[in-house]
Design a protein around this ligand. Structure first.
Ligand SMILES: Cc1cc2nc3c(=O)[nH]c(=O)nc-3n(C[C@H](O)[C@H](O)[C@H](O)COP(=O)(O)OP(=O)(O)OC[C@H]3O[C@@H](n4cnc5c(N)ncnc54)[C@H](O)[C@@H]3O)c2cc1C
Length: 368
């Protein structure tokens, strides 16, 4: 059996970010079932950090993460657009930006169209522009964590799908599909959409993680138009988001969230068509050809808060799941909280000052 201090199941942003933190204190082994880290949700995000999603704790985690995120990111504005009927939602979002002292402005439709020239007049009655949002380099984030883990004598092992989990001699023992055994007193469950499945394997009560599929389409920008400076544009209510991918391509999503079993998610024709239709309704962009598309699973606990902390009655089994649609933008803060839970350390001071506690994220709130 290969023995380490900590086993982490899952090589997405959740597993790698907590493993990198833990590797400063312990020998860590990350077991990833696919051929490369980031194959599932973490390789399919649109790589943006902003305050236009999530609930209060998720936004607090985002705020606590911004400085560290900036290492692998560039500043890029986010434009939150609202119809007449969405003014209360826009007001609430403005309050969030005020609370976090963002560099933002409430603007009218003309100013919004100056920033995003393709918007149809009827698509935007008012807007909020956040000048401090970040376009993330998620590949660099993942690779930096892998490098840290390896530099600290830890291992990130691809093609290491865990099929069985037991507990013997004070250690969690993860048995890979090829029969290889890995043991450690601490096991971190960072298996994304499969987090409940991993808990069940270990005889731990599942928390009710629900994977939800989200679809993204990519299409060419209008001929001759350099779109790289267009803001990340998102409706405050139901609708779509749209953002540049380099100079000549645009990405869009209808922000679908269809419940799904854990799987290698693929974009469905109807979801692609809805995304294209919503963009065409609200903008002057003709989508003649979808260049490529993909889908990924965003995984939520029933109350849409991350699940971080030790499972009741299972010493050393640490949940690190339920990052929803904000796994990258919350990873710097969330990984510190998860590492503190795994090492039995005090709750991070800055997060406590923001009103968060271990109890905010504990699996105990979900009866697990
Ligand atoms: C379309 C889309 C857009 C998004 N946009 C953003 C964004 O702009 N900003 C943002 O912050 N977030 C965004 N997200 C959310 C973000 O991608 C997720 O929150 C994050 O990637 C979740 O990370 P994870 O490590 O928990 O999951 P994953 O990346 O899915 O990693 C879990 C890993 O566990 C492995 N695993 C599972 N079971 C086993 C097993 N038995 N043995 C070994 N390995 C196992 C899987 O193979 C997988 O690699 C987006 C998500 C989607 C789908």
């Amino acid at each position: 059996m290969f023995v380490s201090d900590v086993l982490v199941i899952g090589g997405g942003i959740a597993g790698l970010s907590v493993a990198a933190r833990l590797s400063e204190h312990a020998i860590v082994t990350v077991l990833e079932g696919e051929s490369a880290p980031g194959y599932h949700a973490s390789g399919r995000s649109v790589a943006f950090a902003h305050y236009g999603l999530g609930n209060e704790p998720v936004r607090a985690l985002t705020a606590l993460s911004m400085v560290e995120l900036a290492v692998h990111a560039s500043v890029h504005p986010a434009l939150h657009i609202a119809h007449e009927g969405d003014m209360r939602a826009l007001d609430a979002l403005e309050e969030v930006h005020r609370h976090f002292a963002c560099d933002y402005a409430r603007i009218g439709p003309e100013e919004a169209r100056a920033l995003m020239p393709c918007l149809k007049p009827e698509a935007c009655a008012a807007a909020l522009v956040d000048h401090g949002s970040l376009k993330l380099d998620t590949h660099a984030m993942l690779q930096a964590h892998v490098a840290t883990i390896r530099a600290n004598r830890g291992a990130v092992i691809p093609e290491a799908r865990v099929a069985l989990i037991g507990h013997e001699g004070g250690r969690w023992v993860a048995v890979r599909e090829d029969g290889t055994r890995h043991g450690a007193p601490v096991l971190v469950n960072a298996a994304g959409a499969w987090a409940d499945e991993v808990a069940r394997m270990a005889g731990v009560t599942p928390v009710g993680i629900e994977p939800r599929r989200r679809t993204v389409i990519s299409f060419p920008a209008p001929e001759g138009e350099d779109v790289h400076a267009w803001p990340f544009t998102k409706t405050v209510g139901e609708g779509f988001y749209l953002l540049p991918e380099g100079r000549g391509q645009l990405l869009a999503s209808s922000m679908d969230q269809t419940p799904s079993a854990p799987c290698d998610a693929a974009a469905e024709e109807l979801d692609k068509a809805i995304a294209a239709d919503r963009v065409e309704q609200a903008t002057t962009l003709p989508i003649r050809r979808i260049s490529h598309s993909w889908a990924g699973l965003r995984s939520f606990a029933p109350d849409e808060l991350p699940v971080i902390g030790e499972a009741a009655g299972a010493p050393g089994f640490i949940w690190c799941a339920g990052q929803g649609g904000a796994g990258f933008q919350t990873a710097p803060a969330l990984s510190r909280i998860a590492a503190a839970a795994a090492l039995g350390l005090a709750f991070p001071e800055d997060a406590a000052t923001a009103g968060l506690t271990f109890a905010t994220f504990s699996p105990a709130r979900l009866g697990a």
